[in-house]
Design a protein around this ligand. Structure first.
Ligand SMILES: Cc1cc2nc3c(=O)[nH]c(=O)nc-3n(C[C@H](O)[C@H](O)[C@H](O)COP(=O)(O)OP(=O)(O)OC[C@H]3O[C@@H](n4cnc5c(N)ncnc54)[C@H](O)[C@@H]3O)c2cc1C
Length: 437
């Protein structure tokens, strides 16, 4: 099966058609008031974050036990998906409509109470969440707030740096900025991409982006080139597939260099520095800083000794720092044997469902069920070919393991790439619909 650009955009577009249809009547509160937001009458679960993990956890708690009140706190009224934002950055899709969902239908269909506000503190002892709209009391808390950046590790990086050197690692305004910079760059220009050491959000994401930016340059600015500076010593995801794509499609305009950790930025000079010994100058610089769990969970003391990620129990996703609080998605440090579950939207979705089941079980005095989940990550190589990596994960001896022989990567001969491009678009449409209805 083949899929041309027009049909691909059509498939993506139908996702937003479903998701953005909206629905009146969903209970919601916007920021502005103070004190207790809503009196707690029965058992209540509060969910922080309405992204890939939080939206699904909120929905499944309500589906599994409708006697439990669920309040979801999210700072934005619309969620923009990182998956597929590389297509927009590289000019393959013209807007972010197909990546954007709202919560009206989700809230109305499942009786989830929405609070659109910034969470500024969690008090595990008092079992309260402090938001810009007031305070919420909970019986159990599920947190899926995603990531923030360890920019303090890069000399010269300040609050204005992402306005000049966008990361575009949270989709939205940053994606538009990087796209606009690429489009206004002169032909003959150099694009520098810098990616951090693992673990970071979406292991194959930077390599996908490199393919799609190289594809854009090849089509629209053929005298230009892209250099990917990888802080890791070697390609960390789907290596045979990305290296083949680079050498087959982008050998004239792309260079990969491993073990190049950016330690300093020079915004005025439009360059990044590696340990102060080597500088790379670019007309466009896409600097993806090292990452950690989102600020709110760091402030709440949910991160481990590394001060980066939140340790949790592999069965219930309950924090090992504060009982009663469950952490899922990118923010977690899962106890793992072998390669850990990647920080992906697919993983967050799978974790959310098992976490919801166990929160309901614990609140009803039942035994938790053991985690079993799948991750599949698609990556586009250009506007009509994609590849994937897939694995099944389960719990063994309190640790999450990748089940032997349960997955793998796409065939190296690229015989499935066009079909996988179709599957990828379907995946996005399905998962965003699941999150928003
Ligand atoms: C370029 C790129 C491509 C990717 N491609 C894929 C892909 O193809 N497949 C895949 O599976 N994954 C992909 N990912 C990874 C995926 O986006 C993340 O793994 C996923 O979003 C993690 O879900 P989460 O729930 O942990 O965080 P998020 O989805 O980021 O959700 C966090 C939510 O919490 C909210 N929030 C945070 N702090 C607060 C606060 N203090 N108060 C109120 N609200 C708050 C945020 O606004 C946000 O809505 C990609 C990522 C990138 C950057």
């Amino acid at each position: 099966m083949t899929l041309d650009r027009r049909n691909f955009i059509k498939i993506l577009g139908s996702a937003s058609g479903v998701a953005l249809a909206g629905c009146a009547g969903a209970p919601s509160i916007s920021s502005g008031s103070a004190g207790e937001i809503m009196a707690k009458t029965g058992r209540r679960v509060v969910v922080i974050g309405g992204g890939y993990g939080g939206s699904i956890a909120a929905k499944y708690v309500r589906m599994l036990d409708s006697s439990i009140e669920v309040v979801m706190v999210e700072r934005n009224k619309q969620f923009i998906s990182c998956p597929f934002s590389n297509f927009y950055i590289a000019g393959i899709t013209s807007d972010m409509n197909a990546l954007t969902i709202n919560y009206d239908k989700l809230a109305a269909n499942h009786g989830i109470k929405m609070v659109y506000a910034e969470v500024s503190a969690i008090d595990p002892a008092a079992k309260t969440v402090v938001t810009s709209a007031g305070t919420l009391t909970y019986d159990r808390l599920i947190v899926s707030p995603g990531i923030d950046f360890r920019t303090e590790e890069i000399e010269g990086y300040n609050a204005q740096t992402p306005d000049i050197f966008p990361h575009a690692w949270k989709a939205g305004a940053q994606s538009t900025l990087l796209r606009n910079q690429l489009q206004s760059m002169k032909d003959g220009g150099t694009v520098i991409m810098s990616m951090p050491l693992t673990p970071y959000r979406c292991p194959p994401g930077p390599y996908e982006r490199s393919c799609l930016i190289a594809h854009y340059l090849k089509q629209h600015k053929p005298k230009s080139k892209l250099i990917l500076l990888d802080a890791n010593p070697d390609v960390v995801s789907k290596k045979p597939l990305f290296t083949k794509a680079w050498s087959t499609y982008y050998k004239d305009n792309f260079q990969y260099i491993g073990a190049k950790k950016v330690t300093q930025v020079n915004v005025a000079g439009k360059s990044v520095s590696i340990e102060g010994v080597e500088d790379f100058k670019g007309d466009v610089i896409n600097l993806i800083p090292p990452q950690r769990a989102a600020n709110i969970v760091v402030a709440a003391g949910l991160v481990g000794d590394d001060k980066k990620w939140c340790p949790v129990d592999a069965v219930s996703f309950q924090s090992t720092k504060h009982p009663g609080i469950h952490v899922i998605g990118d923010a977690t440090a899962l106890p793992s044997e072998g390669p850990p579950m990647p920080k992906s939207g697919y993983s967050a979705n799978a974790q959310a469902k098992v976490c919801a089941q166990n929160v309901v079980n614990l609140m009803n005095g039942k035994e938790p069920v053991e985690f079993s989940g799948i991750n599949v990550c698609y990556s586009a190589l250009n506007e009509h070919e994609s590849v994937s990596v897939a694995n099944v994960y389960a719990v063994k001896g309190g640790k999450i393991i990748s089940v032997p022989n349960s997955g793998g990567i796409s065939p190296a001969d690229f015989s499935q790439t066009k079909a996988e491009h179709v599957y990828a678009a379907s995946w996005l449409r399905n998962i965003l619909t699941e999150m928003s209805t």
